[in-house]
Design a protein around this ligand. Sequence first.
Ligand code: PMV
Length: 324
Amino acid sequence: MMLNRGKARAYANIALIKYWGKRDDQLVLPMNSSLSLTLDSLYTETEVVFDEKVDRDYFYLDGKIQDMESTNRVNRFLDLFRDAAGINRFAIIRSINYVPTGAGLASSASGFAALAAAANVASGLNLDHRELSIYARQGSGSATRSIYGGFVEWKKGTNEEDSYAVPIDDGKWDIGMVIVIVNSRKKNISSREGMKQTLLTSPFYNNWVESAEEDLKRIKIAIENRDIKLIGKIAEANSFKMHATMLGADPPLLYWEPETIRVMEIVYELREEGTPCYFTMDAGPNVKILCRLSDAQRIRRRLEQGFKSKHIIVAGSGPGITVL
Ligand code: PMV
């Protein structure tokens, strides 16, 4: 039965092995497989209502009507559900983002995963998690992984049907992240543009892809062994390699700010003092520190000496999509 209305929540994820580049722009097929940790304190809630009374899609984010660029992106995404379910109504979409939008904090991951989960209910399609991750992928690559909680792998696959997410480990152990928001402004170059530029122009790109696949194999073993030092070491190096590849692009892509490096230095200091913690950065200046959840408050206090408390977020491992 078609309900017309669906509401869901999805949590952000932070990649430990990064996705940076597509082999098919239209279908969002990645050049390499990636792996992330879903977080419990950053999420998006979205409601989709297919309504016969509206003459186009209306997209509200945090209560504000969105411009045509964002609305069209949502419109194209909802078309996947409309086409599959034979729905000819437009929709009213209301999203609340509990993640600073466009700050390199994966708001598109929780955003499109929540939208997919809500549209799944509203359209009556009843897709399972695997199918839903294939749909979410076409909204935003990283959204593929936010369908599940804990550690999640996005398999690059061989075609549009077998590039989806699989849960690797539920993350229900002493693991978490401390996020430092260095700058919450929307980034100048979106990840979509940035990865395209890198793939087309960076001489390091092929090496990046090869080395990411190797990192993925090794981190999966480290996760199985719950070896936080090895997980962190591999993740930190993988993030550096992605940024090195970006720096090789023409024009070069530099997402860091001076305070990004300041956080890295604090992480090195903490490590020297015996606290296992490791950083990772995405397409923005913010730093995510992987650590034991039981060490997170201590790490936060250290960071508070140089950063405002409201710019530091502690997160544990989060769940998958939840229908509300
Ligand atoms: O999902 P997108 O198109 O916003 O790309 C995400 C890219 C990174 O966050 C840098 C890496 C990743 O795997 O999440």
